[in-house]
Ligand binder design. Structure first.
Ligand SMILES: [Zn+2]
Length: 352
């Protein structure tokens, strides 16, 4: 089996070359396959040591407060909340816990620390309602009176629009869940009294109702960052209803006025108004009231677009020389898809 030397040399020289080529091809193939794989995903917020949150406002959702806006879940120029309803606006990065009126704000609703942590920054001294008087006055200070709390592991919460002079904590102070921080107000860029509550992980906004941004249109997400049952999700409703001689303007209702406990018998008309939030195109607002001697009035008001806050009213003109004396009771109902979503009642008296 003596092979010619030349031949042998030739073969042994070829083998490492082929082997090198094969190895290089294999590496290249592996590299190609690796490039086709998606980049490694960062851990989900819900799996990154998130704080467990309590409601950051000392009020009852649906009774003494409501949520006007959630985190905008739409990545584009449109806006929707995590349930795919329009309770948000483009780029909104927090949850707005609101009280219906300025009169409710004056009843001192506490803003609470949502989780244990250390206060980072505090600002106080800005006027409530300044944005409505002069939008330029809140430039660069949109949060108004507020603060941030660091919770560790890259997590932070922020609380905005607190009432002037109400802040109770200092930078560096340790707080725990439910520590009072101040009061709900309307400082900074705020059109209504509320606390804007923002949650951030590594500087990026996270929706505590849907931290991992799962599809939650049909069903609420199982994974939230709230302790126990999350603050109630209410997709729109009637905040207030009241009787009046003349239907009050929106800002009068928003201030806490506009409802008459009594009306004179010679009132030219009786008006019933409702103050509603999260109203949608296609909804109906039913306004009805009844009084002595079979006085009855009912009107249905069709809504043609989505509106964050609105008032609607309907009035009945006096037929005779005077209204029958006694109690008048009314109801304002928000109808959605033919069903009652929410209602509020009101009473007034006509005395001789
Ligand atoms: Zn907000």
């Amino acid at each position: 089996m003596d092979l010619p030397r030349g031949n042998q040399t030739n073969t042994s020289a070829r083998i490492p070359w082929v082997r090198a080529l094969l190895v290089a091809t294999a590496l290249l193939a592996a590299a190609t396959v690796r490039a086709d794989l998606p980049p490694p995903k960062p851990p989900l917020p819900s799996q990154s040591n998130p704080p467990s949150l309590v409601q950051p406002a000392d009020c009852i959702i649906g009774q003494t407060c409501y949520i006007q806006n959630y985190v905008d879940a739409d990545p584009g120029p449109a806006a929707r909340d995590f349930r795919c309803n329009p309770l948000s606006y483009d780029g909104h990065k927090g949850t707005d816990f609101a009280v219906p009126t300025l009169a409710d704000m004056a009843r001192d609703v506490a803003v609470l620390a949502a989780a244990p942590g250390r206060v980072r920054g505090v600002r106080d001294g800005m006027e409530d309602g300044a944005y409505l008087n002069d939008p330029n006055s809140v430039k660069e200070v949109e949060c108004g009176n507020g603060l941030a709390i660091e919770h560790g592991h890259g997590w932070e919460t922020q609380y905005c629009h607190l009432r002037k002079g109400s802040l109770l904590v200092k930078p560096g102070q340790e707080v725990t869940s439910g520590t009072p921080l101040g009061l709900i107000g309307q400082s900074g860029l705020a059109e209504f009294p509320h606390v804007h509550f923002a949650l951030r992980f590594q500087g990026k906004p996270v929706d505590p109702y849907n931290p991992d941004r799962r599809d939650a249109c049909a069903q609420p997400p199982e994974q939230t960052l709230w302790t126990g049952t999350p603050p109630a999700y209410i997709p729109g409703g009637v905040l207030l209803a009241g009787f009046a001689q003349r239907s009050p303007k929106l800002d009068v209702i928003g201030a806490g006025g506009g409802a008459a406990e009594t009306l004179p018998p010679d009132s030219p008309q009786i008006s019933l108004w409702g103050y509603l939030f999260g109203v949608r195109a296609g909804d109906e607002v039913v306004i009805e009231f009844a009084g002595p001697d079979n006085i009855y009035h009912k009107r249905t008001n069709k809504i043609d677009r989505n509106i964050a806050i609105l008032s609607r009213f309907s009035a009945k003109r006096r037929a005779g020389p005077a209204w029958p004396t006694g109690a008048y009771t009314g109801r304002v109902t928000l109808m959605r898809n033919g069903q009652s979503l929410d209602y509020k009642t009101a009473t007034t008296f006509i005395s001789p």
